[in-house]
Design a protein around this ligand. Structure first.
Ligand SMILES: C[S@@+](CC[C@H](N)C(=O)[O-])C[C@H]1O[C@@H](n2cnc3c(N)ncnc32)[C@H](O)[C@@H]1O
Length: 222
């Protein structure tokens, strides 16, 4: 995705993304997102009015599975744009009969922009976002897109909204920190930015085994 694109280009890219969908992994019922003419109603999606937390780039679904098992009173949504990982996470959640999670096959900024209602998300979990280390690729970083940041602000709940971030990539981490520290809608929570608040993702387990440091931050919406 190009960095800092305007909204009409954004709309065009949405048209190009093949078959974005929301799936309930336990019954395989799927909703084609391009057929929506208004944002998703989470109450209809989950059949209850519990809080909704979204994981961005949910990979093979480890975090979603563990979190859903530990927190049965929360609804989870994982967004994944790689079909291989999307399918793997569907299988994982189905195997463990996780009824409180849904998976979205889509690019996360487009999904928020097109399908998520104002203030309808209580937390975002963004773990090990692709760092695109080559200089010429950095524009692809999700946090380099201003529409992404404004969509996080718009969709997060004003009273409860939190963003959880973790990465092994130090320079990217400090760029993200700077972005949020300078943003008037967010406040850093050092007490929450600790290991104990996190359920390790597959990437976290891998990097820990390699002895790499993990950088974390939690921000609350003001
Ligand atoms: C480095 S992996 C981390 C996976 C998982 N969060 C973990 O910690 O194990 C990044 C994942 O984010 C997905 N991803 C990257 N950009 C995305 C985007 N814009 N929308 C949805 N998924 C994205 C990739 O396909 C990949 O599965």
């Amino acid at each position: 995705m190009a960095s800092d694109i305007d909204k009409s280009t954004f709309d065009r890219y949405w048209q190009l993304f093949a078959n974005p969908m929301l799936v309930n992994p336990t019954n395989q019922i799927s909703l084609e997102l391009k057929t929506l003419d208004s944002p998703l109603n989470w109450q209809e999606v989950f059949g209850n009015d519990r809080l909704v937390e979204i994981e961005v780039g949910s990979g093979k679904g480890r975090f979603l599975k563990e979190s859903a098992q530990r927190n049965p009173d929360i609804n989870y949504v994982g967004i994944e744009r790689a079909s291989k990982y999307f399918e793997k996470s569907c299988e994982r959640l189905a195997k463990h009969n996780i009824t409180t999670a849904r998976l979205v096959y889509c690019d996360a900024p487009y999904f928020l922009y097109r399908c998520v209602a104002d203030q309808s998300v209580s937390a975002f979990h963004i773990y090990f976002p692709d760092p695109w280390p080559k200089k010429r690729h950095r524009k692809r970083r999700i946090f380099n897109n201003s529409i992404w940041i404004s969509e996080l602000v718009r969709t997060l709940n004003n009273k409860l909204g939190e963003i959880y971030i973790a990465t092994d990539y130090k320079t990217y981490f400090w760029e993200i920190r700077e972005l949020f520290d300078c943003h008037p809608s967010f406040e850093y929570h050092p007490d929450k930015s600790t290991e104990t608040n996190y359920i390790p993702t597959s990437f976290e387990i891998k990097y820990r085994k390699q002895g790499l440091p993990i950088y974390r931050a939690v921000y609350a919406k003001l």
